[in-house]
Design a protein around this ligand. Structure first.
Ligand code: AMP
Length: 182
């Protein structure tokens, strides 16, 4: 039988910075979690427990905190990772997807040779708010002929309803800590 992972209270480890990067935003800082080996192991164990029955061929990390989470998960799943980046940073043939942010639009990009067609991809990021970033990432994965096995977020901001929106679209969305209200 698998050893049970040590329980870690991520909620208490995540740091909160009011009015960062601008007035009115409560920034949830994941860096104190990344600092701890036991917390990284806990995250990897939890998502492995949740998703090991789904066939995960690769883990995709969303720039930039998602890269760190994707790597920790890939080591558990025995897979590689791929990067979904902000536009203009990846060489070679790429696909781009624009998505809405608070004021205006942003663009995510993926290398066309990052995955093999038909692969099942788990998408990782630190936090889901409105879900715009995650949805753009999923669209890129699908446009490359792959399936989205699910999403792995450390934090879900439930009031912004991004996770619910993705769930309603049929995606598996899992988060380890949900913040309601502020
Ligand atoms: P969204 O597209 O609205 O779901 O925003 C998700 C992206 O923005 C993630 O990559 C997060 O890292 C970042 N983000 C959004 N809101 C916050 C917040 N309150 N604290 C920290 N990061 C955030």
């Amino acid at each position: 039988m698998e050893a049970k992972a040590k329980q870690i209270n991520l909620r208490d480890i995540i740091a909160n910075y009011p009015d960062f990067p601008k007035q009115g935003i409560l920034f949830r800082d994941i860096n104190p979690v990344f600092k701890r080996n036991d917390a990284l192991n806990y995250i990897a164990d939890e998502f492995y427990r949740i998703y090991n029955k789904s066939k995960v061929d690769m883990v995709a990390g969303i720039e930039s905190r998602g890269f760190i989470i994707a790597t920790a998960l890939a080591l558990r799943f025995g897979s590689g990772i791929l990067m979904i980046r902000k536009a203009g940073k990846l060489p070679g043939r790429t696909l781009k997807k624009s998505y809405d942010i608070e004021y205006g639009t942003a663009i995510m990009e993926i290398q066309q040779n990052a995955v093999d067609k038909g692969n099942n991809i788990l998408i990782a990021d630190d936090l889901i708010a409105t879900g715009g970033t995650a949805e753009a990432a999923a669209q890129l994965i699908k446009e490359l002929g792959c399936n989205v096995a699910g999403f792995a977020f450390i934090i879900e901001l439930s009031d912004l309803k991004g996770a619910d929106r993705l769930r309603k679209m049929g995606y598996n969305v899992e988060s380890l800590v949900t913040f309601h209200g502020d």
